[in-house]
Design a protein around this ligand. Sequence first.
Ligand SMILES: [Zn+2]
Length: 343
Amino acid sequence: MSLVLIHTDRFAEHQTPPGHPERPERAEVMDVVAARWRQRGVDAVEPNAASRDQLARVHDDAYLDLIEKTAGRAVKLDPDTYTSPESYEIALLAAGAAVDAVERVMNGRHRAAVALVRPPGHHAERDRAMGFCLYNNVAVAAAHARAGGVGRVAIVDYDVHHGNGTQHIFESDPSVLYVSTHQYPYYPGTGAADEVGYGAGRGFTVNLPLEVGAVDDDYRVVFDDVVLPVLREFTPELLIVSAGFDAHERDPLGGMRVTTPAFAAMTMALRAVAEECCRGRIVCVTEGGYDLHALAASIDAALETLSGHASEPRWPSSAIESLRGRTAAELARASLGPIWPLA
Ligand SMILES: [Zn+2]
C-alpha cells in the first residue's frame, strides 16, 4: 500500500480547558478515521517521539527548555495555548509523527504519509508557543528532510489561519518554499501578500490572503492560478501539507465556506504536483479543524484522494456566489483578535 497513516490514540491525552475548541474529542475523531482506514487495509503506525536534536533545528534551546519544564504541569503559555500534565510528551509525539511521515516517504516505503496529530503546529514560533501550537510539527518535518539531504521542500498550508511560525522559521531559506492560503485579515495578523521572504529566501514565501466568506471556487482559482504554478516552478523534492480543515463551511472559528469535496480536490491537485515533481512524495500533517463532523469528513476525503488512483481534481461547482470583489470596508470587518474569540 502506498499510503501510510501515522497516529496514536494518545493524542487525546493533551487536555485543554473546558470549552476550548482544540479539544481532545478532535483526537477521538482521528482515532475513528484511522481505525476505519486500517480496516480498509491501509498501513497505520504509531509515531516515535521527536528528539531534542530534531526540534532544535527549528526551535531555540531556551524555548525547548521551557516546554520541557511544563511536563507534569498545567500551564497557560499564551492567551489561547495551554498545557496539561501530559502535553509535553504528546507534543513530542505530534512532532515525531511528522518526522516519521517524512522518513516513510523519503525511504521509499510509502508514496504518501498522513500524520493525524494534535496539538497542531503552524503557529508555533522558534521561541514561542502560540495559537494552540507547542512545536511546529511541519517545520520540524521540513528541517528533518533538509538534514537528510533533501534539496528543496515545499510546504503548502491551506489551514484557514496563516502559519506565521512556519513562515518565520523559513523566510530567509530558499530551500524551503512556503505557500499559504488563509482568511485575511484574521488571526494571527500575518500573511499579507507583500510578505515574500527575506535575503536569499526572498520569493520563497508566497501568501495568498483571501477574504472572509471565500468559497470553493475562490480556492480553485487560487490553486490553479498561483499555488500549482508556483509549486511546478519550484520543483520540490518533497511536498509537505499543513492540512488544516478550519476553512470548512461548518467550522466554528473560520469564516470560509469550503466544502468537503473541495478539500478532496485540493488534495488531488497537490498529489498531482507531487507526482510530476517528486515521484509522488507527499506528507500531510493535520493542523486546525474544529467542527468534529467536518473534520472527520475532510480527513476522509483527503485519505480517499491519496489512497485511490490519480485523477483530475474534481472541484465542486459552487452553489454559493463567490465573494470576490467585495469592498475594503467589508473586508475590514474580519477581526484581528485572538484565535479563540469565545475566550
Ligand atoms: Zn487554523
